[in-house]
Design a protein around this ligand. Structure first.
Ligand SMILES: [Zn+2]
Length: 222
């Protein structure tokens, strides 16, 4: 009940900015991202909704169609690799796309209040944070928070054949997808009711291609 009241308050707050809550389905959102990446890959980016007219339109409110939980790496800008524009993507970025309370709150806000029904956890090849977690070095300051969060994925990657970093990147994404799917109370309910989809993908730094992971990626490793 408390949650419902709080969300209602947030809805009211958002309504003050004349936001429209009609949103596209998770599958339609996923198609838009996939098509955008194909345009980018083929050198046919249309760079949509990136003009001043769009800036003015968005001053009344936003309804991003997807949430991207991605790495802070400067080589992975979501709007460019998915060929999207202003107001299209709600993006939460930390190194290794590790989430914690502040990012969970941001994701829940975009999902429950702004109405974005697709959440994409986007890792990438050659991720420095995942690489560091594989080596378990002595790291200074708060970097240890990132490393500790990725260590379980690195440990799992050591159990399977193939390239350690490549596998750790994928496993890290798959584990983060599961973590968000089970995150109480907002996301777990949204996923169970099938109103929201949370999927994982890995961006290839050397080709520009986004490879989507199968829903059962982790289970298939066993
Ligand atoms: Zn990274």
């Amino acid at each position: 009940m408390k949650i419902l009241v709080s969300l209602l308050l947030l809805f009211c707050l958002q309504a003050q900015f004349h936001c429209v809550f009609a949103q596209i389905s998770p599958d339609s959102a996923l198609s838009k991202l996939k098509l955008g990446n194909v345009r980018f890959l083929n050198g046919k980016s249309i760079r949509p909704r990136q003009d001043l007219e769009r800036v003015k339109e968005l001053s009344a409110g936003q309804k991003p169609f997807a949430i991207i939980v991605g790495c802070s790496d400067s080589r992975v800008p979501s709007e460019i690799i998915f060929d999207q524009g202003l107001g299209d993507l709600f993006i939460v970025r930390t190194a290794g796309q590790v989430s914690s309370y502040a990012s969970w709150g941001s994701i829940e806000f975009a999902n429950a209040v702004l109405g974005s029904k697709l959440i994409l956890v986007l890792g990438h090849t050659q991720c420095g944070a995942v690489s560091a977690a594989c080596k378990i070095p002595d790291v200074p300051g708060h970097i240890v928070t990132l490393i500790n969060a990725i260590k379980p994925a690195a440990a799992k990657a050591r159990e399977i054949p193939g390239d350690l970093l490549e596998n750790a990147v994928k496993i890290n994404v798959a584990m983060q997808v599961k973590q968000l799917q089970n995150l109480e109370p907002v996301l777990s309910k949204a996923v169970q009711s099938q109103a929201t989809k949370i999927v994982g993908a890995v961006y290839d730094l050397s080709t520009g291609k986004v490879e989507f992971l199968a829903d059962n990626y982790l289970e298939a490793l066993k």
